[in-house]
Write a protein that binds this ligand. Structure first.
Ligand code: SAJ
Length: 431
């Protein structure tokens, strides 16, 4: 193992990254920037071809930097996994979605481990970064590797290190986000900490892979539960005739012991709605009911319906039915300043509006077109005419670059589910 530690230390360790998405590509570039030769692998042919042309599809990776890494040979991308045998360390960054049944789908992890296994060689380090339930690395991945007759901690090393990439975050990236690592054995923890020490200013070794897996789940369950709490507070404030946004702002003045979360029309993204369900699934299999996770899920999932009922109330005030009303939805991405629409609650809201017979258009500067129940809509230009033509404008995701003063000036009525029109005057009702 000494040779791997030496190669990591002098930058000659060849790194393999499986999965070149919003986690894998920035990670590959971080190692390439440190002089490592990085082999990227992805099953998505068009994505690999785009990468080979130096076209970045990740906001945080400039195409110019990608082109340079390709030119110098510090990065190459392939859909074929043979190149894994030339790697000293392999990092698996593949999706871990939920099945329709809300059960974990670890198929991408298994396929990746099976791709590595025949190329696993003495001295190699493998790290799993894909978020999954505690025990995944040891129970699912390790047996695939040990079937080769190699001994973990002696012949090869295996660890888990949760990805902490926040897409489009201008402040935090791979380098300045502390990296938690936990190995199957202490020796695995040690060598994976060495590896990540090449690209992260701070590495946080923990006692084993399960601790690292669980740390990630705590991070994101913490968010899902607190978002669920504040969504329930929004429902409570509505019934008390209070402005929940004012209440949160007032509570946020407490300089200690409070952290603001904000209500919305639901919970989106491929992390926060998903990760806690991985933990819930594992615990239910152990006959333990994770009540907070389940309750947060119920409250968050009720928000699209609540948002639509508030819009119906507003239209009703104007003697209008939802059916036949023209609604302009602002913001289809799952959170501000991203193009990603996965699990976006905006789609849940629009689906409910369409089911109730509303006529829906949308504007989202980051989402040029979107599919709803088989129909494809294009983002409508945000003009005074388009705003005036709507019976109701609904702010669902509050992108900063949208002209909210224009909306406030021209909209007949506005349902603001994100407090995007804070301080503006107009016919505005807030969540
Ligand atoms: N949301 C609310 N209210 C809030 C915060 C978020 O309704 O107060 C909604 C968002 O609109 C979105 C969903 O929750 O629909 C998730 O938002 P998020 O801010 O948690 O963003 P994500 O899904 O990109 O979460 C990622 C996570 N990063 C990783 O898993 C590596 C999370 O751990 C980060 O804390 C989060 O980014 C972040 O801080 O932005």
């Amino acid at each position: 193992m000494k040779s791997l530690e030496k190669k990591i230390g002098n930058g000659t360790a060849r790194i393999g990254v499986i999965g070149l998405g919003y986690v894998g590509l920035p990670l590959a570039m971080a190692f390439a920037r440190k002089g490592h030769r990085v082999a990227g692998f992805d099953i998505d042919g068009p994505r690999v071809r785009r990468l080979r042309r130096g076209e970045s599809y990740i906001l945080d990776v400039p195409s110019a930097e990608l082109k340079e890494a390709l030119r110098t040979g510090h990065l190459r991308a392939s859909t074929r996994f043979e190149g894994l045998s030339g790697c000293d360390a392999v990092i698996i960054c593949v999706p871990t979605p939920l099945r329709k049944t809300k059960e974990p789908d670890v198929s991408f992890i298994l396929e990746s481990a099976k791709a590595v296994a025949p190329r696993l060689k003495r001295g190699m380090l493998v790290v799993l970064e894909s978020t999954s339930y505690p025990g995944t690395t040891r129970e699912l991945v390790l047996p695939i590797f040990e079937a080769r007759g190699l001994k973990v901690g002696r012949d090869f090393h295996l660890a888990f290190s949760p990805e902490r990439v926040d897409p489009a975050n201008p402040e935090y990236g791979v380098q300045n986000t502390p990296k938690v690592v936990g190995g199957i054995t202490p020796a695995c923890t040690k060598v994976s900490a060495l590896l990540y020490g090449r690209i992260a200013q701070k590495v946080v070794p923990v006692s084993n892979a399960e601790a690292a897996e669980m740390a990630k789940l705590l991070e994101n369950t913490f968010r899902a539960v607190n978002i669920g709490l504040v969504n329930e507070m929004a429902l409570i404030c509505h019934r008390l005739g209070l402005n929940v946004w004012e209440i949160i702002e007032a509570a946020s003045t407490k300089p200690f012991g409070f952290m603001p979360f904000y209500p919305g029309p639901g919970l989106g993204g491929h992390c926060i709605p998903v990760d806690p369900q991985y933990l819930a699934w594992k615990m239910k299999a152990m006959n333990f009911e994770p009540r907070f996770i389940d309750l947060a899920g119920v409250v968050n999932a009720s928000m699209p319906e609540h948002a639509v009922s508030r819009m119906a109330e507003m239209l009703n005030e104007g003697r209008k039915a939802l059916k036949g009303s023209r609604i302009l939805a602002l913001g289809m991405a799952y959170k501000p300043e991203v193009t990603d629409v996965r699990e976006s609650p905006s789609f849940d809201v629009v689906k409910l509006l369409l089911e109730r017979g509303a006529r829906v258009a949308y504007h989202d500067p980051y989402v040029p077109e979107a599919a709803f129940e088989g129909r494809r809509l294009r983002s409508a230009p945000l003009t005074p005419a388009a705003i005036r033509a709507a019976d109701l404008v609904a702010v669902l995701t509050a992108h900063r670059k949208v002209d909210y003063p224009l909306v406030a000036r021209h909209a007949r009525r506005i349902f603001d589910a994100r407090n995007a029109l804070k301080g503006l005057k107009g016919n505005i009702v807030r969540l």
